[in-house]
Design a protein around this ligand. Sequence first.
Ligand SMILES: NC(=O)c1ccc[n+]([C@@H]2O[C@H](COP(=O)([O-])OP(=O)(O)OC[C@H]3O[C@@H](n4cnc5c(N)ncnc54)[C@H](OP(=O)(O)O)[C@@H]3O)[C@@H](O)[C@H]2O)c1
Length: 332
Amino acid sequence: MSLPNRQLLLVRRPEGAFRNGDFSLATRELSEDLAPGEILVRNLFVSVDPYLRLLAGGGETFTQPLTLGQPMASWAVGEVAASRDPGIASGDKVVTYLGWQLFGICPGAEARKVSGRLPLPAYLGVAGMPGVTAYLGMFDIGRPKAGETVVISAAAGAVGSIAGQLARMHGCRVIGIAGGPAKCRHVVEDLGFGASVDYKAAHFPSDLGRAAPEGIDLYFDSVGGPVLEAVLPLLNPFARIVLCGHISTYNRRETPVPKGWEFLLSRRVRLQGFIVGDRLDRWPEALARLEHWAAGGKLRYEETIIEGLENAPEALHDLFQGKSLGKLVVAL
Ligand SMILES: NC(=O)c1ccc[n+]([C@@H]2O[C@H](COP(=O)([O-])OP(=O)(O)OC[C@H]3O[C@@H](n4cnc5c(N)ncnc54)[C@H](OP(=O)(O)O)[C@@H]3O)[C@@H](O)[C@H]2O)c1
């Protein structure tokens, strides 16, 4: 038996921002024959994330580039349609890495059953990879201390919104950086950050300085570029930078060294890049706590949900324009 499977294929490596023609919608027959241990999953929501630009581009990154002609890689949450894994039953909801397609087959050992305490898209956001990134980046790499000033960039996004709330729960004064007045209001009024600063405003560096009169002890960096350059002179001695991402340069061929590099030495700053997948052993603790806090209302989260697999490429393009709030997912 086989079933028609709609897939969104990456067919061309992007030059600059994603464009029409980088992706192609296809229908391919999927054999429903499962090997022992395998599951067949019907995807319900697929994730749209900035790192996909790095993987699609084929340049220097933390893992292998994506293969052309294959469904776009991504996290997905779906329902098990058939199972030959004794630990997983038909009807179970699972998170997988099956990518932008309606159905997929994977070993049950590579799927994570979800409890259903939260709505399903949350397992791609606050209780998924972005939430774990915020948790490990903040607590394992940043190691905030109560009373410190913590600055978060892309603060209204999937990772930043959670990272900032975790620092606030830890007793820090948290300043969020986001694009535009609406996102800046959201960060303070809905997420409870102490202050926010609009990086698109004309006097952003001085606005940031005014928001952090005692300097910055910890910077959680998701964007790099001019935002990082505005943060560097404000760092306190022995400050830490969690280098989580540099989305401002993902669409460029090269990543220029930020101006102000000299502050890293003069302020004795510890800067550490990290990749969330390096510490799979830490995921169960992070996921359990994030789900618990989100279900109890202690952790607020937003989602932007786009309907239809065919709209995933445009959603990915728009992610770089800041059009989404919180976690961006596509409902199939
Ligand atoms: N190291 C890891 O393991 C790991 C894991 C997950 C994610 N990440 C990284 O974490 C960062 C955030 O990911 P996410 O999934 O949470 O995405 P996100 O914040 O939900 O979405 C990206 C946001 O970045 C902002 N942005 C885009 N271009 C910008 C620019 N030139 N300057 C400043 N801000 C810009 C936009 O917000 P505004 O509207 O505010 O501009 C946009 O909404 C990304 O860099 C991602 O690659 C790293």
